[in-house]
Write a protein that binds this ligand. Structure first.
Ligand code: SAM
Ligand code: SF4
Ligand code: F3S
Length: 470
């Protein structure tokens, strides 16, 4: 795909600003200003998309509520990665029939990854007539136009065409106030892991221009954000589509030159594209945290092949060894799937043994969920759920013990943290993060929020550390 066909032209984006003005003017003629409820599910990329939706709505005159009953516009920004995520959305859509009955003017919108699945959009068309607007991630940039169409025609609007995918720069964003920010550096995925729906709903890999990323990070640092996470489904293939001879490690080292007191994190990394150059760059940087989220999915080579992951257990372990050798004390986390179709108990236990061997600081663990349209969904899957659950519980037991042990080793140490908000815990009212992204609940004054401080760790459990500001 040619670059000029990937970048949405500025004139097309300007047109969208025009639709925002039309919506604003329409509501200005009414008595009360419009209120939107944006409910986002799924990964950080979707959270970042939700912040763009809110940006476009703010430009259209909307304020925000978390209560759908109060809202003129309800948006479900959905995730398709597992069946459970989809079930929750259909449940929420059911509830919205009641809010719409009480307020017939209410507009209901379904967007995000689920909306891009034809199976879902057809079901919405047939069985959920109260949903007014459905659009997938490809159409996010033209949300103002789609919303205006709903207001103008009073007809249902569907924009769910399958596409390679585009990049739209300069969409307004409403970020959470505070110290953390998300920056998408690329969109889409080319990997087609056999269990995963993401490449089908997010299109092919597209990297943003390095200058656009650098200028966004610079602005965030200047605005006071202190913990910035670079996002992509596989950040390690950043730049492959740009033909600039410039890769993710180059981007990290350029970002690292931006002056200021801040941390840079990134997710996710695919082991097949993780390079020694990347780990050397992290080790030499001032701002990139010594933290690595490197999903391995399975510890068994046959299952990895069936998953189309394109690395082996030995190669994965090699990467971890090298990363730790250049960054002693590196915090390592991962994603793992138990119960892939055809996986045997012995193969699942290879995953458990890899977890024991690496000693992850934390793990995101999932039981395999078939996604219609993916290759794995066609594979025979004969192991009963209850059996998979037993393997899963064994994995959790091992990981929880390891997390608790690693956390206990912090007790008595002084660590630097970024205080990022209030915790809701009366005894430890502040929440903070270490460089390795471990949660530390703190005793201290709320005036510390937004600051890097040294804390003494006084306690721990599987999920968190506890400490006091020095
Ligand atoms: N792109 C990232 C990567 O490859 O590491 C991950 C993206 S996915 C949104 C997050 C995690 O969900 C994956 O790492 C995988 O462990 C899990 N996942 C994806 N598809 C799944 C499925 N069908 N069933 C269970 N877990 C799944
Ligand atoms: Fe899904 Fe694999 Fe792409 Fe990650 S790399 S989004 S798991 S297909
Ligand atoms: Fe993210 Fe879910 Fe889509 S994990 S990319 S929101 S399918």
């Amino acid at each position: 795909m040619e670059r000029e066909n990937v970048l949405i032209p500025a004139a097309d984006l300007d047109r969208q600003r025009g639709f925002e003005e039309k919506i604003k003017a329409m509501f200005a003629g009414r008595q009360a200003h419009p209120v939107a409820c944006v409910d986002t599910f799924g990964c950080q990329q979707n959270v970042a998309d939700g912040q763009k939706l809110m940006g476009m709505l703010e430009e259209s005159g909307f304020t925000f509520t978390e209560d759908p009953k109060e809202a003129d516009l309800v948006i479900l920004n959905t995730c398709a990665v597992r069946e459970h995520a989809e079930d929750r959305v259909f449940g929420n859509l059911g509830i919205l029939t009641h809010t719409k009955k009480e307020n017939s003017e209410q507009v209901i919108c379904l967007c995000g990854c689920m909306a891009q699945e034809s199976r879902v959009s057809e079901r919405i068309k047939k069985s959920y007539p109260h949903v007014d607007l459905v659009f997938g991630p490809h159409a996010l940039w033209k949300f103002p136009e789609l919303l205006w169409q709903v207001y103008e025609t009073h007809k249902r609007v569907f924009s769910v065409q399958d596409e390679h995918g585009t990049i739209a720069e300069g969409i307004p964003v409403v970020r959470e106030r505070g110290v953390k920010a998300w920056v998408s550096i690329m969109y889409g995925c080319n990997n087609f892991c056999s269990y995963c729906i993401v490449p089908y709903v997010r299109g092919r890999e597209r990297s943003r221009d390095p200058q656009a990323v650098l200028s966004e990070v610079r602005q965030l640092v200047e605005a006071g954000y202190r913990d910035i996470t670079l996002l992509g489904q596989n950040v390690n293939s950043y730049g492959n589509d740009l033909d600039l001879g410039y890769d993710f490690a180059d981007l990290l080292s350029d970002i690292d030159q931006i002056p200021g007191d801040y941390w840079i994190r990134f997710m996710s990394s695919h082991p097949k594209d993780a390079t020694r150059k990347l780990f050397d760059t992290m080790a030499a940087s001032r701002h990139v945290t010594r933290q690595l989220h490197l999903p391995f999915q399975s510890g068994n080579d046959r299952v990895l092949r069936e998953m189309n992951r394109r690395y082996t257990r030995a190669q994965y372990l090699d990467l971890i060894r090298y990363a730790r050798s250049v960054m002693p004390g590196l915090v390592v986390t991962s994603d793992v799937i138990i119960g892939f179709p055809g996986e045997t108990e012995a193969e699942a236990m290879d995953t458990v043994s890899l977890v024991e061997e690496v000693g992850f600081d934390a793990l995101f663990t999932f039981i395999y969920s078939p996604r219609p349209g993916t290759r794995a969904a066609e594979m025979p899957d004969l192991v009963p759920r209850a059996e998979k659950q037993k393997w899963f519980d064994r994995l959790l037991e091992v990981q929880n013990a390891k997390s608790a042990q690693l956390h206990a080793a912090y007790i008595g140490k002084t660590v630097r943290v970024l205080v990022d908000g209030e915790s809701g815990d009366a005894d430890f009212p502040l929440s903070s993060r270490t460089e390795g992204n471990r949660l530390v609940r703190l005793q201290g004054d709320p005036s510390l929020i937004g600051q890097f401080i040294d804390v003494k760790i006084t306690g721990s459990n599987t999920w968190a550390l506890y400490g006091e500001a020095i």
